[in-house]
Design a protein around this ligand. Structure first.
Ligand code: G3I
Length: 364
């Protein structure tokens, strides 16, 4: 009798445990997604699903073998930092210096790296009083004559690099943080009017190189919803007016204090234009207080890792045809006072946690 009772109790306990375990598993199935297999990680940035590059300068490419070899090993895209700007290419109307821009174009081509041209029209070129830009600053003319000056310049530059430049920042930074055009501060806006000068620049670039992808590039998407809205509105208007525009560039000069959700929202908001999205000048500063004795602590490295990872994960989640890629503004951390460490490679050309952030974001 005692035996039978013990057996019954043992069976009851087993059943109880079994039911408990089953319930527990089915309930954890509902709550927790099974681990998604991670995509295989590329070995270098060059193997990433969208191009990852940097703004480069010809002097370092020519004279610094560590710099050059890192570029050749890692980069799928390059943007000349200054060599395709009006202030470096011209000295007078119709007078051009091509050497540095040619070097960048030849380097990109011979190393099979995508070349992103930066930038055909930028109000700041018209503010360089002590430089090659006097010819433009002193120019007097009617609106039509100003349009002619712009057209001549764009046809010359975009025409010369036709077939070599994959894409152009056609107009850079036309909008202020409050969402307005720059008015008197912008030589093109002042003399032609906006958005007319912007449309015109894109038409001229398309005329010069019908195969080049044409971008509107600006900063501040991640910190000003007013500006981000104004940029999307500008682009929407351009599309409605039949202006040939293919992409939106978000410079994203940011820092570790910026909430990473702002970075994701900025990219996704820009993607609502339906155009290709280029994070075009990324850097993530860590020494925002400009402390001369700051150190790059583990906490700061981790915060920077999260920013880089958020940017690449967000890019990777866009529809494939909108993923134009990520470009950092510079290759390796500069050696400066006060110090900062904004990039993916340290000043000795070694991969940082930020680099791993980009990789992990891609393969999420
Ligand atoms: O070394 C040159 C010298 O040869 C030249 O004759 C002289 C003329 O001013 O100064 C030196 O050139 C400086 C150049 O950087 C190279 O260091 C320029 O003065 C200086 O104005 C120039 O600044 C560049 C700036 O754009 C203006 O064109 C920065 O390198 C460049 O990183 C910066 O890039 C911008 C993007 O185009 C747009 N978004 C923001 C981004 C960062 O500010």
């Amino acid at each position: 009798m005692k035996d039978i009772n013990f057996r019954k109790i043992r069976i009851a306990i087993c059943l109880f445990i079994l039911i408990g375990l089953t319930a527990c598993f089915s309930c954890s199935d509902e709550k927790q997604e099974p681990e998604k297999p991670k995509k295989p990680q590329p070995e270098t940035l060059r193997d990433s699903p969208f191009p990852i590059g940097a703004a480069l300068n010809p002097n370092s490419l020519k004279t610094n073998v560590n710099y050059r070899e890192l570029v050749q090993k890692e980069l799928g895209s390059l943007t000349p930092e200054n060599q395709m700007k009006m202030w470096t290419i011209t000295k007078g109307r119709g007078e051009y210096f091509w050497d540095d821009a040619d070097f960048m174009a030849d380097f990109a081509r011979s190393n099979n790296i995508r070349l992103h041209g930066h930038c055909l029209v930028w109000y700041k070129d018209g503010t360089r009083t002590n430089s090659n830009m006097q010819w433009l600053i002193n120019f007097q003319g009617t609106k039509e004559e100003w349009k002619q000056v712009m057209r001549e310049y764009i046809l010359a530059v975009a025409g010369r690099y036709k077939g070599k430049v994959a894409s152009w920042d056609v107009v850079n930074e036309a909008i202020r943080d409050d969402g307005s055009f720059r008015g008197e501060d912008d030589i093109w806006c002042k003399n032609i009017g906006a958005p007319e000068y912007i449309d015109w620049a894109f038409h001229c670039a398309h005329e010069a190189d019908p195969d080049a992808l044409l971008f509107y590039n600006d900063y501040g998407h991640e910190y000003s919803t007013t500006k981000q809205q104004a940029i999307n509105d500008l682009i929407k208007g351009m599309i409605e007016r039949g202006v040939p525009i293919h992409g939106i560039g978000l410079q994203m000069h940011t820092n570790v204090n910026r909430n990473i959700v702002d970075l994701r929202n900025a990219i996704n908001f820009a993607a609502q234009t339906g155009l290709k999205v280029h994070v075009s000048e990324l850097d993530v500063a860590v020494n925002t207080s400009k402390n001369p004795s700051a150190e790059f602590t583990t906490e700061l490295q981790d915060a920077q890792y999260r920013s880089y990872m958020m940017v690449s994960a967000t890019m990777a989640a866009l529809p494939e045809e909108q993923q134009y890629g990520i470009t950092t503004w510079g290759l390796q951390d500069p050696v400066t006072t006060p110090p900062d460490w904004p990039l993916m490679f340290d000043s000795n050309y070694q991969r940082k946690k930020a680099y791993q952030g980009i990789m992990n974001g891609i393969s999420e």
